[in-house]
Design a protein around this ligand. Structure first.
Ligand code: NAD
Ligand code: TYD
Length: 370
């Protein structure tokens, strides 16, 4: 039985991780610390809220005293750190929160864990507590690739290009330094783009699904030939599980599914999948009468090329050979099964995304630079 503190557990990946963990390790206790920013949503955790092994705490990771008290009160020995500002477009229009949460927030967590797990017991003549600080990072810290470059490995030099990726890179370096300097037992995972249930609809895949259902334009930045390497979110949780249970302290692990898509192609694929869903399930035309698929018209006509994102990285691709070989990591979901599940989830969970759309997300949309 372990006690885990999961930061950012009300967000997209954090919530999926909580569901994954509670299904696979039902004896463990989980405490989620989340500030409930625009991206945090308690509805993402509704299914586990009544579980006696689950506790939710609304609070900021920058609040070191709060983190220390949670570590002590819940006898936490494993921290899994998801909390972050995560949207590149927002980091371009307003980088301050990214510096605050991603860098200073991570720093506060490092200080709190070092104090409670190492400094306090040692000052009392005790050995440091057995512990693990797992830091969840991104492939975006490695910068951008050309079409022919080899994929990012753990040895690729950091070259972040957006305020988001720069803030994540800074936090990765702090985590590394706390291991080398103070002996904090850290691991870091750098994962490619995730997709799946609870994905906030400012991100490409859920945005496209929901816009198709509302008969709204599907915005493609620039020429649409930027490439992303997509992984089903539960496979990210599975990768973190393997790093926590089999990974070596002080190491970093790339997590990815070897699944590169140009943006325009993934948008066309989603158009096709929704048309297929409408053809197979006649009730969808009544549920979403605005959708072009409801009146048998081509969904792809909604594709609209818009101004490119400033500094837009051309290609990300993850080489996960180390994680595959050392931890036995093989994603469980193919892209075909993962994207089909995702489309079905959005079709079945209109109440979830309507509530998100009615909230602060609308304010952000009106300020967008595109
Ligand atoms: P998200 O934006 O959906 O969720 C972030 C969560 O963190 C939200 O619940 C939010 O309320 C919380 N949060 C933000 N600031 C906080 C603060 N100061 N204190 C406490 N909680 C705070 O993000 P996500 O897509 O789930 O990403 C989770 C992590 O995974 C991030 O660290 C991100 O960098 C990393 N990551 C994301 C992807 C991806 O494709 N989304 C890929 C690789 C890595
Ligand atoms: P996004 O989901 O924001 O993830 P990231 O920028 O972290 O990779 O975007 C994925 C890709 O899709 C990225 O190349 C930007 C592009 N994009 C669009 O073309 N149109 C959109 O409306 C959005 C949100 C993204």
């Amino acid at each position: 039985m372990r006690n885990l503190l999961v930061t950012g557990g009300a967000g997209f990946i954090g919530a999926n991780f909580v569901h994954y963990w509670m299904e696979n390790y039902p004896d463990d206790r989980l405490v989620v610390l989340d500030a409930l920013t625009y991206a945090g949503n308690l509805a993402n955790l509704a299914a586990v809220q009544a579980n006696p092994h689950f506790t939710f705490v609304q609070g900021n990771i920058c609040d070191q005293a709060l983190v220390e008290s949670l570590l002590l009160q819940h006898e936490i020995t494993t921290l899994v750190h998801f909390a972050a500002e995560s949207h590149v477009d927002r980091s371009i229009t307003g980088p301050d929160e990214f510096i605050e949460t991603n860098i200073l927030g991570t720093y506060a967590l490092l200080k709190a864990t070092k104090k409670i797990w190492i400094d306090t017991p040692v000052s009392q003549g005790q050995p440091a507590l057995e512990h693990r600080f797992h830091h969840v990072s991104t492939d975006e810290v490695y910068g951008t690739l050309s079409a022919t470059d080899p994929a990012f490995t753990e040895a690729t030099a950091y070259a972040p290009n957006s305020p988001y990726s720069a803030s994540k890179a800074a936090s990765d370096h702090l985590v590394r330094a706390y291991h080398h300097t103070y002996g904090l037992a850290v691991t870091t995972s750098n994962c490619s783009n995730n997709y799946g249930p609870y994905h906030f609809p400012e991100k490409l895949i859920p945005l496209v699904i929901i816009n198709i259902l509302h008969n709204k334009p599907l915005p493609i930045y620039g020429d649409g030939m930027q490439i992303r390497d997509w992984l089903y979110v539960q496979d990210h949780a599975y990768g973190i599980d393997l790093v926590l249970n089999k990974g070596k302290v002080g190491e970093t692990y790339n997590i990815g599914g070897n699944n590169e898509w140009a943006n325009i192609n993934i948008v066309q694929e989603i158009c096709h999948l929704l048309e297929k869903a409408f053809a197979e399930d006649k009730t969808l035309a009544h549920k979403f009468p605005q959708a072009l698929a409801a009146i048998h018209q081509k969904t792809e006509t909604l594709i609209t090329y818009v101004k490119d994102r400033p500094g837009h990285d051309r290609r990300y691709a993850i080489d996960a050979t180390k994680t595959n070989n050392e931890l036995g990591y093989i994603p469980r979901e193919s892209f075909a099964t993962g994207i089909a599940k995702t489309v079905q989830w959005y079709l079945a969970n209109e109440a979830w995304w309507q509530a998100v759309m009615d909230g602060s997300y609308q304010d952000w949309l009106t300020q967008q630079y595109v």
